[in-house]
Ligand binder design. Structure first.
Ligand SMILES: Nc1ncnc2c1ncn2[C@@H]1O[C@H](COP(=O)(O)OP(=O)(O)OP(=O)(O)O)[C@@H](O)[C@H]1O
Ligand SMILES: CC(C)(CO)[C@@H](O)C(=O)[O-]
Length: 278
């Protein structure tokens, strides 16, 4: 029935951030910097008589993707494949939103621009407290520096080729952290004063922010200490109970604590992988 489309959107690891509350959802979000990663979310969508959503093995709550379809007034069969753990600081909610909105735009020929889709994804993130800057960052690729809140806030995208390694020990509720005035006050005080011009400077900013933010779970202290002792740049995945680190040497260090995943900086934002008439 109708068309089917397959889309991919990349995840995003925030290194540091500061919440900004503007006078609208599009001027509310965060300043900060992070890395758009080459693992993310794939959405397969086909027009249907009723909404049917399956995420991974089918056990995950489908509310976020359902929000996309209901906000557009469409019905579809949706299959979502999530490439990194949800809720663990890899930007899977923004990736899921971007991939789903691009898929619906493709299936139903809605005529939405990439910017309009990014704004829709950002609005859902802010409204439901699942993120502040991930949708803006993951609308393109690279190491992303954001100096204003919202989709237009990206100032710089760099494309380092270094390999990255990440290990996660569990999730942190993004909603609970970013809706806490007390936590956001300490986060703002920890925000670095210098904009990074390189991956090394980004990692220095991220490590400094992690130490001062009040967000660091104690179990990450030995992981970060081992990376520091080995001269491996590393920091906390914001907002998740995990660590990301730069360079091939990071793998062996992180293997002492868990099962690290190799990542690279994504060269692009969301893409349409397939368009089919069925
Ligand atoms: N790709 C996805 N597809 C469907 N639902 C998702 C997806 N990612 C997240 N969710 C839902 O959104 C909720 C909030 O996700 P959350 O923002 O904490 O994840 P995240 O984006 O991976 O983490 P972070 O924002 O810290 O990077 C999750 O509990 C889950 O219900
Ligand atoms: C708040 C946040 C760290 C959650 O991933 C991210 O959305 C950001 O950098 O604004």
């Amino acid at each position: 029935m109708g068309r089917s489309c397959v889309t991919f959107a990349p995840g995003h690891i925030s290194g540091y951030f500061k919440r900004i509350d503007g006078d609208s959802v599009q001027t509310t979000g965060s300043l900060g910097a992070g890395i758009v990663i080459d693992k993310g979310v794939t959405v397969r969508m086909q027009e249907a008589d009723k909404i049917n959503i399956k995420i991974g093995d089918g056990t995950a709550d489908d509310w976020l993707i359902r929000e996309v379809l209901t906000s557009l007034g469409v019905k579809a069969d949706v299959r979502v494949t999530v490439g990194m753990p949800m809720g663990a600081g890899f930007g899977m909610s923004a990736a899921g939103l971007l991939a789903a909105y691009h898929a619906a735009n493709c299936v139903f020929s809605l005529g939405l621009s990439a910017e309009e889709i990014s704004k829709k994804a950002h609005a859902v993130e802010v409204a439901f407290g699942t993120g502040l800057g991930d949708a803006a960052a993951a609308s393109g690729g690279g190491l992303v520096v954001r100096t204003r809140p919202g989709i237009a806030g990206v100032k710089l995208r760099l494309y380092p080729k270094d390999e990255l390694w990440a290990v996660t020990f569990g999730s942190i509720s993004t909603h609970d952290v970013i809706t806490s005035e007390e936590k956001m006050h300490q986060v703002a005080a920890a925000f670095p004063g210098k904009e990074p011009a390189t991956l090394a400077e980004f990692m220095e900013n991220s490590a400094s922010f992690t130490e001062k933010s009040g967000l660091l779970p104690p179990n990450l202290l030995p992981v970060l200490a081992a990376c520091k002792e080995a001269g491996v740049p590393a920091s906390m995945t914001m907002l998740g109970n995990g660590v990301f680190a730069v360079g091939s040497a990071a793998e062996k260090i992180l293997q002492k604590f868990g099962e690290p995943v190799r990542l690279h900086v994504s060269s692009s934002g969301p893409v349409i992988l397939e368009e089919n008439h069925v």
